[in-house]
Design a protein around this ligand. Structure first.
Ligand SMILES: N[C@@H](CCC(=O)N[C@@H](CS)C(=O)NCC(=O)O)C(=O)O
Length: 222
C-alpha cells in the first residue's frame, strides 16, 4: 500500500528541529519538509499543532484513518528510530540517554538561552551565564574522556539529542569555546560538524507555502 511521506514542519536553525532531522536521517526515512518562518507560522501547522513550536511531524492518514501528529522533538526521534534503526541508537542505554537529554533540555538550555541572549537578561553578566552552562559541558567532557560518544563506543540518542545545543552554545563565541579545557568535547563536536548526516540535516530550504511542490528531505533517499 502506498504511504505518503510524513510532513515535517521544521526550522533549519532550531536545535530541537535539528535533533528531529538527525533522528529521521539516522533512521533512513524520507519526509516532506516544510520550512517554517517562526514569525509567520503556516496555518496548516497551527491547525494540527496549536502550541506552535517546531518540529512537528504529521503522519498522513491512510483511507479513513486520521493523521497522527508528533509534536515533541524527542518523540519524533524515537518514532523514527522505532521504524528503522540500522546503527542501533535506541539500544545504547536508553535510560541514561534520556536522563542526559532531560538535563540538556531542562537545565543546560536555560543557561544557553541566557548566554546567547545575554542582552535580554541583564541581571547577570554574560560570563556568569557561560559558566553556568559549562557545568553541563564539564559533565559531558568527563563522559567523552571515557569513550568516543557520550555513552561509550557507539552513537546513541544522547549524541544526536544534545549535539545541536552544544553547537549553539559554541557558536556564541567559538574562540572562547575552543580555548576552554574541553579537548574531548571539542573533538566530539568537530566529529559531528563534519558528519555527513549532520551536513545533510543542515541543507537549506526556502520557506514553505501552501500549494508549493513537495520538497523531500533528504533530497535523495538514503
Ligand atoms: N519541547 C519542544 C520545544 C520546541 C521549541 O521550543 N522550538 C522552538 C524553536 S527552536 C519554537 O518553535 N519556538 C516557537 C517560536 O519561537 O515561536 C520540542 O522538543 O520539540
Amino acid at each position: 500500500m502506498y504511504m505518503p511521506p510524513p510532513h515535517l514542519y521544521s526550522f533549519r536553525r532550531c536545535p530541537y528541529a535539528m535533533r528531529a532531522r538527525l533522528g529521521l536521517l539516522f533512521a533512513g526515512l524520507q519526509v516532506e519538509l516544510r520550512e517554517v518562518v517562526l514569525k509567520d507560522k503556516p496555518a496548516q501547522m497551527l491547525v494540527i499543532s496549536p502550541k506552535g513550536t517546531v518540529p512537528v511531524l504529521e503522519l498522513i492518514a491512510n483511507e479513513g484513518t486520521g493523521s497522527i501528529v508528533i509534536e515533541q522533538s524527542r518523540e519524533i526521534v524515537e518514532w523514527a528510530l522505532r521504524q528503522h534503526d540500522p546503527q542501533g541508537l535506541l539500544s545504547v542505554d536508553p535510560v541514561r540517554a534520556n536522563v542526559l537529554i532531560d538535563q540538556n533540555d531542562q537545565q543546560f538550555k536555560y543557561w544557553l538561552d541566557r548566554y546567547k541572549y545575554a542582552d535580554r537578561y541583564p541581571e547577570l553578566p554574560q560570563l556568569e551565564y557561560r559558566k553556568q552552562g559549562e557545568v553541563f559541558l564539564q559533565f559531558l567532557e568527563g563522559l567523552l574522556a571515557e569513550g568516543e560518544y557520550l555513552l561509550g563506543s557507539k552513537v546513541s540518542m544522547a549524541d544526536i539529542g544534545i549535539m545541536p545545543f552544544v553547537r549553539q552554545f559554541v557558536h556564541v563565541d567559538q574562540e572562547v569555546f575552543y580555548g576552554l579545557p574541553y579537548p574531548h568535547l571539542q573533538r566530539w563536536l568537530r566529529h559531528w560538524l563534519g558528519h555527513p548526516l549532520f551536513q545533510q540535516a543542515m541543507v537549506k530550504f526556502k520557506p514553505w507555502q501552501e500549494g508549493d511542490e513537495p520538497v523531500l528531505f533528504p533530497q535523495d533517499s538514503l
